[in-house]
Write a protein that binds this ligand. Structure first.
Ligand code: IMP
Ligand code: MG
Length: 193
């Protein structure tokens, strides 16, 4: 039986790239104390590693959102389930996302953050599925450019599963995996390899 998924970015590639991003961000924000804002749940895994790669004083805060279906989805409107409890006035804000796909979610979140009077707002995304973009938006910091495939692991989920995979997998047969989400169970057994 053909594999339904294959490793796109392995844990070592991710570790190295996150360290590079951390160094770049630390260089750019030297002398400032950035506020890293991430979005539950997927973004929190990336945030946890990225923040430890930035050797500057910084703050981290989390938001939780849910996406609307239907017409609202096409506008990228999201419902804020958990809002920040920090005043962003005159702060340097860095939004930390797991993946930017169409760009709708990030565009909406950036507009919410910009409305709160920060000194600056930038976007850092581990993955950039740029070929899928429907709104013009390019993150200031990108870990990897991502092919037009569904990806999983390192925080990214399929119906809440597989966020705990240490590698990022690309799904080659999404129909089969949706029909039987257990198909990738064997990948979890080797997770600590
Ligand atoms: P956007 O609004 O289309 O940019 O979608 C962003 C959100 O969609 C991300 O934060 C993810 O939660 C989800 N998403 C987009 N592509 C993928 C994928 O390939 N795997 C898992 N989640 C994805
Ligand atoms: Mg998701």
């Amino acid at each position: 039986m053909p594999e339904v998924a294959s490793v796109l970015f392995g844990r070592e590639d991710i570790r190295r790239r996150v360290e590079e991003l951390g160094r770049t961000i630390a260089g750019d924000y030297v002398g400032r104390e950035p506020v890293l804002v991430s979005v539950l749940k997927g973004g929190a895994i990336f945030l946890a590693d990225l923040m430890r790669a930035i050797d500057l004083p910084l703050e981290t805060h989390l938001m939780a959102i849910s996406r609307y279906g239907g017409a609202a989805e096409s506008l990228g409107r999201v419902r804020i389930l958990l809002d920040l409890d920090v005043d962003l006035t005159d702060r340097h804000v860095l939004l930390v996302e797991d993946i930017v796909d169409t760009g709708l979610t990030s565009r909406y979140l950036l507009s919410v953050l910009r409305a709160r009077g920060p000194a600056s707002v930038e976007l850092c995304s581990l993955l950039d599925k740029s070929v899928r973009r429907i709104v013009p938006l390019s993150p200031r910091y990108v870990g990897f450019d991502c092919p037009d495939r569904f990806v999983l692991g390192y925080g990214l989920d399929l119906q809440e599963r597989y966020r705990n995979l240490p590698d990022i997998l690309q799904v080659d047969d999404l129909v089969a995996l949706r029909a039987d989400p257990d198909l990738l169970r064997p990948r979890l057994t080797g997770a600590a390899a």
